[in-house]
Design a protein around this ligand. Structure first.
Ligand SMILES: [Zn+2]
Length: 317
């Protein structure tokens, strides 16, 4: 368990230790890896038979680690999102006794994707659960979750993993050290993002090309050359934009005096104004939307490159 230390220092961990955890908890983080790790530590702590919870070695903890603790029920079981039939199954389970221990834990994933009718059904169960019944709702963000559900939950924003924790996850996934360092520098503290980058065989090329564009693309006659390079990244254009936005954000931080100084971001901070970087950010978000609507890829690339020349001209340093 990579994030055990951050779990043990959390308020939730102290409350479980003291036996005063509320019945329903909503765990939130855009980083699905950190979210799952935190949830697993929390479930182990709830089920652990030892004093220092979670011990990680008692039978109950080990069963949680191997997803075969019969008193921990994960939903949805089959689909991506909890549906009506599964909620009925969940409610039946809530009102039946635990099998091996004296408690039951219900883990509900993708809680923000459950439709509102189903959320209302769930609400009734969350309101008055039998004693020693715990609900752990898991979501990447809370905007679609009913206020009535949120008000019955203890809301926990899962802490980010540390740099050394993320690097050790990458190592466990057989990522070479140089790629791990590169993926970490672009992941914004998100372990799932670092994993996604590090396991993309084109990631190092994507970073090199994006840095090249930001450093050297200044004149319209270069457009054709950069466009022809980008046209081959149809599958990975989202990563190109992510890396691009990441460098721009780091450059803005440097210009505002708050950023960690690194080579490419410093270079960008010297050759673009804050207004230009803000315009690039807005433009890229617009391109991401166009991608979602399946607009013609080559014209998105052309628009991307044209935008870079335009902001240099419109908002000079
Ligand atoms: Zn244990």
């Amino acid at each position: 368990m990579t994030s055990l230390s951050s779990f043990k220092s959390s308020a939730v961990s102290h409350d479980i230790q003291a036996g005063k955890l509320s019945h329903s908890v909503l765990l939130l983080s855009p980083d699905t890896f950190a979210l799952d790790e935190f949830a697993k530590n929390m479930i182990m702590a709830l089920m652990c038979e030892q004093d220092d919870k979670p011990c990680g070695v008692c039978e109950a903890c080990r069963k949680v680690q191997h997803n075969n603790n019969v008193d921990v029920l994960y939903y949805p079981k089959e689909n991506k999102v909890l549906n009506s039939a599964e909620i009925e199954n969940l409610i039946d389970e809530v009102y039946s006794a635990p099998y091996e221990s004296d408690r039951k834990v219900f883990v509900i994933k993708n809680a923000n994707q459950i439709d509102q009718t189903q959320q209302n059904k769930l609400l009734k169960t969350l309101e008055e659960p039998p004693s020693k019944t715990y609900f752990i709702l898991i979501a990447t963000e809370d905007s679609n979750i009913l206020q009535t559900i949120k008000s019955r939950c203890r809301i926990v924003r899962v802490p980010q993993l540390t740099e050394s924790e993320i690097l050790s996850v990458l190592k466990d996934n057989n990522v070479p050290d140089n790629i791990a360092t590169l993926a970490f520098s672009y992941c914004d503290g998100s372990c799932s993002q670092a994993l996604k980058y590090a396991t993309n065989e084109h990631f190092a090329e994507i970073v090199a090309l994006t840095e090249n564009i930001l450093s050297n693309f200044r004149k319209s006659w270069q457009m054709l050359d950069f466009a022809s390079k980008l046209y081959s990244y149809n599958e990975n254009f989202e990563e190109v934009l992510d890396v691009f936005l990441n460098i721009c954000a780091r450059a803005v931080a440097i210009l505002c005096g708050s950023g960690k100084v690194d080579k490419i971001a410093t270079e960008v901070a010297q050759s673009f104004s804050v207004d230009a970087l803000v315009a690039l950010n807005r433009g890229c978000l617009n391109l991401i939307e166009q991608r979602k609507r399946n607009c013609n890829f080559n014209s998105i690339v052309d628009e991307f490159l044209f935008m870079i020349l335009e902001v240099r001209h419109k908002y000079p340093v």
